[in-house]
Structure formats: structure tokens, C-alpha cells
Design a protein around this ligand. Structure first.
Ligand SMILES: Cc1ncc(C[n+]2csc(CCOP(=O)(O)OP(=O)(O)O)c2C)c(N)n1
Ligand SMILES: [Mg+2]
Length: 375
């Protein structure tokens, strides 16, 4: 967390009063909200956004080459993930769904992160060192955990917030409502960060809920909800910063949760296993691309005199090098197939023991290479 920022008074806002600092062409439309961030911090945010977009392209390419498992693309969602994470303290706890690689990048992505996407549990374990919970595929399942963590922090008197990312689809899960309810009653320092990217695989936002906004759901649980332009990194920064102030207010006893609904769009497929042309038009994607978070931020930074062609070239070269190193290190790791039986249960079930023994027999008889051969 760095730089001063004029406080957004969340209590003054109506849930459909969407907060935006930069308009899609990079012009400042709310000077009163513009955060006073150091040039170095702004450039670092820009670098992390560019890194995330490029990382995405490389991961999809690796998946297509059979070098990575199923992958969930983040393109279009960088403003939300990076802006919000920069507003946190380094020891605030971050929990995410599976698409928030940008939030992980803003925490200094450990190289082991790639291992998860290659099927190794070590990828999740490495996240703990940067205060990030393991990623969560079971929709909404991580929200009660994030609230529990926040409650514990409050009881211990720690000034730490728990930020939990989830999608518009997750708001239909019971876990979302239970987590919101407990957060409201026990006033836990939780920031519920909903990445409303308009789709939950093929289900559009309007089929997800009859509420006019997702943000307004917070009112039913007794705390503030706010809509923000999720493709504006400065807006997501100021809103998250304000929510954090409320979360860790005073000695922790006056903590208040907030629900942030960040309006954005996923440009690509849901995952590498999806074909979005089956349920949406390209024209819709193109309309959202006009609000691109990276283009918008780049124009702003050029206008502010903190970015120019030379710096951009340097950033691009650094990113290529960083990603090449990440991939090289991750691909050098040889996994042990027997690990597939670990991590789900503290003690393996009899059925798992049986399957593990079967695998061992197959490996002894045929060797690992034979097991990996195509049929
Ligand atoms: C409990 C549960 N139900 C269903 C699924 C299958 N599923 C995987 S992703 C997804 C959509 C989630 O949409 P959203 O929360 O909007 O997140 P997004 O993928 O758009 O980022 C669903 C239904 C799941 N993983 N977990
Ligand atoms: Mg979604």
C-alpha cells in the first residue's frame, strides 16, 4: 500500500452510483478521487497489468501445446485485480477464485504459481508466503473461509483485512450469503470483491440475479455495497483503499465489511476448455474492448508524463524475460504421479489406498514413460 489518497466516503454512495476516475479514453473524470500515487507506483501498476496480459497469452499458448493444464484467462480484468491489490497492505490476506492471476502478480507472483496450472500442489503452497490462500475452483466455497480468517484477525487485534475475490456467478451460491451474513453480524474486516465480468461460463449476468445490482445485496446484510468501473485501475484502487480503511478502523472493534462490485468483462473464453462463440457475439466483446484497462491507463500515464515509448520498451523486455524464467523453472520440475492421492483427505480412504497401490504396480511393471505414452 503506498501513496496518499483522498478518501471515498462509501457511506455517501448509492449502490448504482458507479465510481470511475478515468474514462475509457484515459481522461480524469473525477479529479477529487484521483489518488496521489508516486510515479514509481503508477509505473509498477502498469507493469503488473502488462505482465498479466502477456502471462495470459503465454499460458493459453502453453496449454495449446500440451505443456499446461486447463487455464482460466484474465484478459480484460487487469484493472480490477491490480488496482485493488495495490490498495492493500502486504500482510492483508487475499483469497481468490481461479482467474485472478493479476492479483497474484501484484503480490509478486512466486514461480511455483505455474506449477498449480501444471497439476502440482506445490503451486498452491507457495502462495502462502505472499499471504494468498490456495485458489478455489468450487464456486463460493472460499468466502466463509475468508470471513473466518477476518474474524480471527479481529479477535486477535491485528490490523489486517481479508480480501476475497469471486465472480458474479458465485453470488448465487449459499456460501456467498452465509459469508456476507456472518461478516455483517460480527463486523469482520472483510472486503468482498465481486469481479462481475458479465458471464458465469455461458450464463449472463441478468440470469444470475433479479437484483438491479450485485452491490445492493450488501444492504440486506447491513453494510455498504458499491459499484466501481472494474476496468479503471485508479477507481478500483480508491474504492478498495476506502473499504480497507473501514475494515481495519480503530482498534479493530469497529471493523466494517464492504461489498465491491467491479464491473468488467472477460474478453476470452471462460477457460481453455470453453468456446464462447456458442453463447455470445463478437460485437459484444468489441464494445467492451473499447474500455480496455491497459490502454486507458497507458494514456493517462503518458499524459501525466510518467510513461513514454522508451520506458514501455523496457517494461516489455523485462516482462518477456520474467515469463521465460517462470516457465523454465516450472517446466524443470518433475512431478510424482502418486501425489494425486495426497491433499484431499488428511488420511487416505481405503479406496484411495487401493488406487495408489494399483498405480505403484503399473509403474513397476511398465515404468513411468510407458504410462505417459499416447494411446
Ligand atoms: C460449486 C460449483 N458449482 C459449479 C461449478 C462449475 N463452474 C466452474 S466456473 C463456473 C462459473 C463461475 O462464474 P463466476 O463466479 O461469474 O466467475 P468467472 O468464471 O466468470 O470469473 C461454474 C458454474 C463449480 N466449479 N463449483
Ligand atoms: Mg463471471
Amino acid at each position: 500500500m503506498s501513496g496518499d489518497v483522498r478518501q471515498v466516503d462509501l457511506l455517501e454512495r448509492e449502490p448504482d452510483d458507479r465510481i470511475r476516475v478515468l474514462d475509457p479514453d484515459g481522461t480524469v473524470v473525477a479529479p477529487d478521487l484521483e489518488p496521489d500515487l508516486a510515479a514509481e507506483t503508477l509505473r509498477s501498476m502498469y507493469r503488473d497489468m502488462r505482465f498479466s496480459r502477456r502471462f495470459d497469452e503465454r499460458m493459453i499458448s502453453l496449454q495449446r501445446q500440451g505443456r499446461l493444464g486447463t487455464y482460466a484467462s484474465l484478459a480484460g480484468q487487469e484493472g480490477s485485480q491490480i488496482g485493488s491489490t495495490y490498495a492493500l497492505a502486504d500482510d492483508d490476506m487475499l483469497s481468490f477464485q481461479y482467474r485472478e492471476h493479476g492479483a497474484v502478480a501484484a503480490r509478486g507472483m512466486p514461480w511455483e504459481y505455474l506449477l498449480y496450472w501444471m497439476g502440482h500442489e506445490d503451486g498452491n503452497a507457495a502462495l502462502a508466503e505472499v499471504e494468498v490462500f490456495p485458489l478455489n475452483i468450487s464456486i463460493g466455497g472460499h468466502l466463509p473461509h475468508a470471513v473466518g480468517w477476518a474474524w480471527a484477525a479481529k479477535l486477535k487485534g491485528d490490523e489486517r483485512a481479508s480480501v476475497v475475490h469471486f465472480g458474479d456467478g458465485a453470488t448465487s451460491e449459499g456460501d456467498f450469503h452465509e459469508a456476507m451474513n456472518v461478516a455483517g453480524v460480527f463486523e469482520t474486516p472483510t472486503i468482498f470483491f465481486c469481479n462481475n465480468n458479465q458471464w458465469a461460463i455461458s450464463i449472463p449476468r441478468e440470469r444470475q440475479t433479479a437484483s438491479a445490482t450485485i452491490a445492493e445485496k450488501a444492504h440486506a446484510y447491513g453494510f455498504e455495497g458499491v459499484q466501481v468501473d472494474g476496468m479503471d485501475p485508479l477507481a478500483t484502487y480508491v474504492v478498495t483503499r476506502a473499504a480497507r480503511e473501514q475494515a481495519v478502523a480503530g482498534d479493530g472493534n469497529r471493523a466494517r465489511p464492504t461489498l465491491i462490485e467491479a464491473i468488467q468483462y472477460r474478453y476470452g473464453a471462460h477457460t481453455t476448455a470453453d468456446d464462447p462463440s456458442a453463447y455470445r457475439d463478437d460485437a459484444e466483446v468489441e464494445r467492451w474492448r473499447e474500455r480496455d484497462p491497459i490502454d486507458r491507463f497507458e494514456t493517462y500515464l503518458r499524459n501525466e508524463g510518467v510513461l513514454d515509448d522508451d520506458r514501455i520498451e523496457t517494461v516489455e523486455a523485462e516482462i518477456e524475460e520474467t515469463i521465460a524464467t517462470l516457465v523454465e523453472r516450472a517446466e524443470a520440475v518433475e512431478g510424482d504421479p502418486a501425489e494425486m492421492f495426497e491433499y484431499t483427505y488428511a488420511e487416505p480412504t481405503p479406496r484411495l489406498e487401493e488406487q495408489r497401490a494399483d498405480l505403484e504396480r503399473l509403474r513397476e511393471t511398465h515404468g513411468d514413460d510407458a504410462l505417459l505414452e499416447d494411446e
